[in-house]
Design a protein around this ligand. Structure first.
Ligand code: SF4
Length: 96
């Protein structure tokens, strides 16, 4: 399993989750990304990130809200094709 970052993170990127992740599997490329991404191959399902998020954007994969289901694939995609993942996020919420 993995944890997944969802749409409330778009434009927020508080980064508190990054500070507590014991395996450093939460990433972005600074200003190029509007949202943070969890690497599903590295996440150890510890749950430390979830309560740290001030906008409740992080969920275990098996407890994702229905409307956020696409974010499981989107988090994983960024680690294989950043441009594609960014385009999808920008479509959901155009950069300010
Ligand atoms: Fe990192 Fe644990 Fe959150 Fe996975 S569940 S992203 S390992 S803090």
């Amino acid at each position: 399993m993995t944890y997944v970052i969802t749409d409330p993170c778009i434009g927020t990127k508080d980064r508190s989750c990054v500070d507590v992740c014991p395996v450093d599997c939460i990433h972005d490329d600074g200003d190029e990304d509007q949202i943070l991404y969890i690497d599903p191959d590295e996440c150890i399902d510890c749950g430390a990130c979830e309560p740290e998020c001030p906008v409740n954007a992080i969920f275990p994969e098996d407890s994702l809200p229905t409307e956020s289901a696409a974010f499981t694939e989107l988090n994983a995609r960024w680690f294989k094709d950043k441009a594609s993942a960014r385009a999808s996020v920008d479509q959901l919420k155009p950069p300010a």
